[in-house]
Design a protein around this ligand. Structure first.
Ligand SMILES: [Zn+2]
Length: 427
């Protein structure tokens, strides 16, 4: 199904830190002046980005249903991790750099290839009379910045996908020409995503462990987006960070694990896959086996041991279900970053915050929009009678997070966090 992925994914190694320090002090301009200028500049590229976005958007598929049905379905998903589109079945972290022009692949990050998109802070064209949570005389970004600065937003929930890890340099296993792709070809997978099918794994575990060795956490550096979330945590205003990624970069960035929900599991723990055993094995032990090119077998029953990444055909971690009600019912600002919102039940979480809670989508393309009044994003207040509360920043997550940090006056802190991390990593 992914045979049309036929070009080498571009390795993006950009440093997105805004290093225009020379302006500071010399011109006497403050960060909010610059922030406004950047937004204005961003606005100029609106049409261009929008047309590209619309072209992509026609391919985007959403599967948003009414809230009750979402809940009902989520209950069922407890038993099995499935996707709203069978063509798009990979944990988000592995979708970050696929070269796929025909399918709306899993992720917003993958839907556009090329140089970084200029950021566009979407200006909603509201029908007169539409009520909005955002003040009319403010851009969405200013309004959200204001909420955070004034303390109105202090229980922020972040939902993230592969788009926040795009610049971490994680290789794509579906790009021909890469060593990883070639290694996996030797196993003759029936289709690339079979590597995350529990049924396939039971029969042929080796390809997964080859992939796991290449992608093992610890080899990649968190991005601006991860450090932005860490800043929210440090400020004490992060209620929880829900990630679909299995790259552990949130942990690597130093975000308190209590504040993270790895919705599709992670490498952090591992268990025997035999239902009657389920013995836990340490991450260190499993890592040792993986790096020695050995298949880890349970020390009790000799079945396979697998890191607790949620494979297709498996239930989501109980932590996901345990926390979502408390987190989403108390949330006062929802930030959704770098995900196409195609994977259920994750995607439907956007509907679980209260009707008046502002929601901000940061993504390379518009996703998750409601076609009819009800759940789903409504960036333009199209649905009469509903309170407008959805903001949109089109572009790369890292750039958008840098812009938010700048507007919040956290620019230096964001830079320092990353520099500190790199200094510790490469002393
Ligand atoms: Zn066992």
């Amino acid at each position: 199904m992914e045979s049309n992925i036929d070009q080498l994914a571009e390795e993006i190694e950009r440093v997105l830190l805004i290093k225009d320090k020379s302006k500071d002090g010399q011109s006497g301009r403050n960060s909010s002046d610059e922030c406004r200028d950047r937004q204005r500049q961003d606005g100029n590229s609106h049409a261009k980005v929008d047309s590209a976005t619309n072209a992509n958007n026609s391919k985007a598929k959403t599967n948003l249903k009414d809230q009750d049905q979402d809940r009902f379905e989520r209950e069922n998903y407890k038993e099995e991790y499935v996707e709203s589109d069978t063509d798009q079945s990979v944990p988000d972290a592995y979708c970050s750099s696929s070269e796929d022009s025909d399918d709306a692949y899993d992720d917003g990050a993958a839907a556009y290839k090329g140089p970084p998109l200029p950021l566009t802070v979407h200006t909603p064209l509201l029908v007169p009379g539409t009520k909005s949570v955002f003040p009319q005389d403010m851009s969405v970004i200013d309004a959200i910045v204001d909420m955070i600065k004034s303390g109105a937003a202090k229980k922020i929930v972040v939902m993230a996908g592969a788009g926040i890890s795009t610049d971490a340099g994680i290789p794509d296993f579906r790009s021909p020409g890469t060593g990883l792709y070639d290694n996996l070809q030797a196993f003759m997978l029936p289709y690339p995503e079979a590597i995350f099918s529990i049924d396939y794994f039971r029969k042929k575990p080796k390809p997964f462990y080859v992939l796991a060795k290449e992608l093992y956490p610890g080899q990649f550096t968190p991005t601006q987006s991860h450090f932005f979330v860490k800043l929210l945590a440090e400020k004490g205003i992060l209620q929880r960070h829900y990630t679909q990624n299995i790259d552990c970069l949130e942990r690597v960035a130093g975000i308190d694990p209590d504040l993270i929900v790895e919705a599709h599991g992670s490498f952090h723990t591992a268990h025997c896959i035999r239902n009657t055993c389920r013995k836990e094995h340490s991450q260190e032990w499993v890592k040792e086996k993986i790096f020695a090119d050995e298949i880890p077998h349970c020390r009790s029953c000799n079945s396979l041991v697998k890191p607790d990444i949620t494979f297709f055909g498996e239930g989501l971690p109980s932590r996901f279900f345990d926390l979502l009600e408390q987190d989403f019912s108390s949330c006062d600002l929802l930030i959704v970053m770098g995900t196409s919102l195609l994977v259920q039940p994750f995607a439907s979480l956007i509907n679980d915050v209260s009707d008046s809670v502002p929601r901000l989508l940061i993504n390379r393309m518009r996703v998750g929009e409601a076609k009819v009044p009800g759940p789903g994003f409504d960036f333009d207040g199209r649905h009469v009678g509903q309170l407008h509360r959805d903001g949109l920043i089109l572009g790369d997550c890292d750039q958008a997070c840098a812009l938010l940090a700048e507007c919040l006056g956290w620019k230096e802190e964001l830079v320092t966090l990353r520099e500190k991390f790199l200094a510790q990593k490469n002393p």
